[in-house]
Design a protein around this ligand. Structure first.
Ligand SMILES: [Zn+2]
Length: 65
């Protein structure tokens, strides 16, 4: 009888195999970084960058005219 104590799960963030066991405090994620990303703590600054529409290009054309 074989007891699979080291179950492998797919990390919800990066898709890598993660160790789904009590020894992995970040399960079902593969690492702390992936867990933080999923919680929005890691990438919050990156996604917080506002996207500026390049609407000023039209004004520049008017200036050159
Ligand atoms: Zn991961």
């Amino acid at each position: 009888m074989i007891i699979k104590s080291n179950r492998k799960v797919t990390c919800p963030n990066c898709g890598e195999f993660a160790d789904f066991s009590p020894s992995n405090p970040f399960r079902p994620f593969c690492c702390e970084r992936c867990k933080l990303i999923d919680l929005g703590l890691w990438a919050s600054e990156q996604y917080a960058i506002p996207v500026h529409m390049q609407i000023n290009e039209l004004d520049e054309e008017n200036f050159n005219d």
